[in-house]
Write a protein that binds this ligand. Structure first.
Ligand code: C2E
Ligand code: MG
Ligand code: MG
Ligand code: MG
Length: 285
């Protein structure tokens, strides 16, 4: 009996692996043509200042709608694109279009910082700073209006090279933030050696801050450490007024989450922005 159960268990296991492998292959093939077929779009999620609540930034989040497979989450397809190398082309597409959108909004009097997620694979390209500079120049956006969101994984492969790339980007005037801060392997080491501007406190720490004393301790420590290091903090995944007020009391600088807005298509974002005038637009520049 045990043998039989063991065997069917094994069969189940291999079936699951096969299913995963074939989904992977399906996505690789679909990704290869998705750019050409214009299946990608970008949604923008508002980032607000704690003080005053003004809109200060937008995070560009990639969206993929496949005609048969439907909407596929970036959490699923980004790792696939990284595996098969397509992330370089895809990442460049996101960067160009997000920068272009930021420029268009600027022309309409809506000045914000555009935050773009960067894969560690993109970050390993020695010509990344040149690519960023070229896109900013061609699209006409000042470097100070761009923020690159990196994960802690950037430091894992070749830390020295990552530091060099970051130094060049910093000299170009581009800001860099650490995404999902606290979930990676080398958070503190990163802070010491890298040109970091802002920490994005991962939403897994924010979720239970109202009730979980450990999460509260971790988030409070991150905010206070950032303050001492001269870094800004933004809380990700803020969903409730209670989380908002606790973060305010701790001195967190910025907020992002469903409490304020979900990621929105560009036109809906512009409507949202009209109701939350950014500070710079109010000054008329
Ligand atoms: P991320 O960069 O940490 O982005 C935040 C994610 O949290 C987004 O998921 C956003 O929609 C979601 N989110 C925002 N507010 C809330 C909230 O209040 N509650 C909850 N439960 N979730 C919230 P999304 O858009 O599905 O993206 C998932 C991940 O995929 C991103 O995490 C990022 O790592 C990656 N990603 C998305 N677009 C790109 C891209 O253009 N390039 C790269 N390399 N990665 C990307
Ligand atoms: Mg991000
Ligand atoms: Mg994040
Ligand atoms: Mg994430």
């Amino acid at each position: 009996l045990a043998k039989k159960a063991g065997r069917s268990c094994f069969r189940f296991y291999t079936a699951a692996i096969q299913e995963k492998a074939s989904r992977h292959l399906q996505l690789v093939n679909a990704l290869r043509v998705a750019l050409e077929l214009q299946q990608f779009s970008i949604h923008y999620q508002p980032q607000l200042a704690m003080a005053g609540g003004q809109l200060v930034g937008a995070e560009a989040l990639l969206r993929w709608t496949h005609p048969e497979l439907g909407n596929i989450s970036p959490a699923e397809f980004i790792p696939v694109a990284e595996d098969c190398g397509l992330i370089l082309q895809l990442g460049e597409w996101v960067l160009r279009h997000a920068v272009r959108q930021a420029r268009q909004w600027r022309d309409q009097g809506l000045a914000l910082v555009m935050a773009v997620n960067l894969s560690a694979v993109q970050f390993r390209q020695p010509d990344l700073p040149a690519l960023v500079a070229r896109i900013l120049q061609e699209e006409g956006l000042p470097a100070s209006a761009l923020e690159l969101e990196l994960t802690e994984g950037v430091a894992m492969y070749d830390p020295q090279q990552a530091i060099a790339v970051m130094n060049v980007l910093h000299e170009q005037g581009v800001r860099m933030s650490i995404d999902d801060f606290g979930t990676g392997y080398s958070s503190l080491n990163l802070l010491k050696q890298f040109r970091v501007y802002k920490l994005k406190i991962d939403q897994s720490f924010i979720r239970d801050i109202v009730t979980d004393p450990e999460d509260r301790a971790i988030v409070a420590a991150i905010i206070h450490m950032a303050e001492k290091l001269g870094l800004l903090t933004i809380a990700e995944g803020v969903e409730t007024a209670e989380q908002h007020s606790w973060l305010r009391a701790q001195g967190c600088n910025e907020l992002q989450g469903y409490l304020f807005s979900r990621p929105l298509p560009a036109d809906a974002f512009a409507v949202y922005a009209q109701q939350h005038q950014p500070a710079v637009a109010l000054l008329g520049s």
